[in-house]
Design a protein. Structure first.
Length: 231
């Protein structure tokens, strides 16, 4: 990414490094090291170290809607109250938006059957209401997420992984050896799995999320950072 940049351009990027994505910060730092450029890069290096420290402490797990509580050699992962609240708000908004969309559909049907004069403004308003309704359908995906993770718990205790998660709305408790934990990458998601059961996923295009879920797997297995299997 930065191979064609001049020395001056690289230094200018260093000065605005906090506006760059984490991946760009890593790439920039790598290019600086390759060229043995040491001028004014302390802030960049400190920013990277700070983010890596947060990843290792699983602080960014909150961005995925989960939190990790550590006690001794064990770790317990649960859903955050904030994530639950966001799902509830999304569901409420989804219902409201769907109702607006429904009124839009009725309005559009009524405009064709009405003898009143055609109005461009009315048509635009109606289409806008329908568009809001479509957005509401997307918001309603929070229903599945809220149900799937109600009562969720992931625990490693002395090498045994205990997973509590809803499958077809029924809360199931699964206990298996930690060796059956793995990361599997499919399309744009990297998923933490316990044998054949999905636990949680992260976006592969978001390096912080990807490194966080990798670090979580390492902590759960008490092993070096795991490889991600591709399928």
């Amino acid at each position: 990414m930065y191979k064609e940049k001049t020395y001056r351009e690289l230094i200018e990027l260093v000065s605005i490094h906090k506006k760059l994505t984490f991946q760009s910060q890593l790439d920039l730092n790598e290019e600086l090291n390759k060229r043995n450029i040491q001028d004014d890069i302390v802030d960049l290096e400190n920013t990277i170290k700070e983010k890596i420290s947060k990843i290792e402490n699983l602080d960014y797990l909150n961005n995925l809607g989960f939190k990790a509580d550590k006690f001794g050699d064990s770790i317990r992962v649960t859903r955050t109250d904030k994530a639950v609240l966001i799902d509830i708000i999304a569901i409420v908004l989804g219902i409201i938006f769907c109702l607006i969309g429904l009124f839009g559909i009725f309005g559009l049907i009524g405009s064709f059957s009405s003898e009143s004069e055609f109005s461009i403004l009315s048509l635009i308003t109606t289409i806008g209401m329908i568009a809001i309704g479509i957005l509401g359908i997307k918001f309603l995906s929070g229903i599945k997420r809220l149900i799937d993770y109600a009562g969720f718990e992931l625990l490693n205790n002395n090498g045994t992984i205990t997973l509590k998660k809803r499958f077809d709305t029924k809360l199931v408790e699964i206990q298996k050896n930690e060796s059956l934990l793995e990361l599997k990458e499919q399309s744009e998601l990297v998923t933490l799995k316990l044998e054949n059961d999905d636990i949680l996923s992260a976006n592969t295009n978001n390096i912080i999320q990807k490194m966080t879920i990798s670090e979580l797997t390492k902590r759960l297995k008490l092993l070096p950072t795991p490889c991600i299997k591709h399928s």
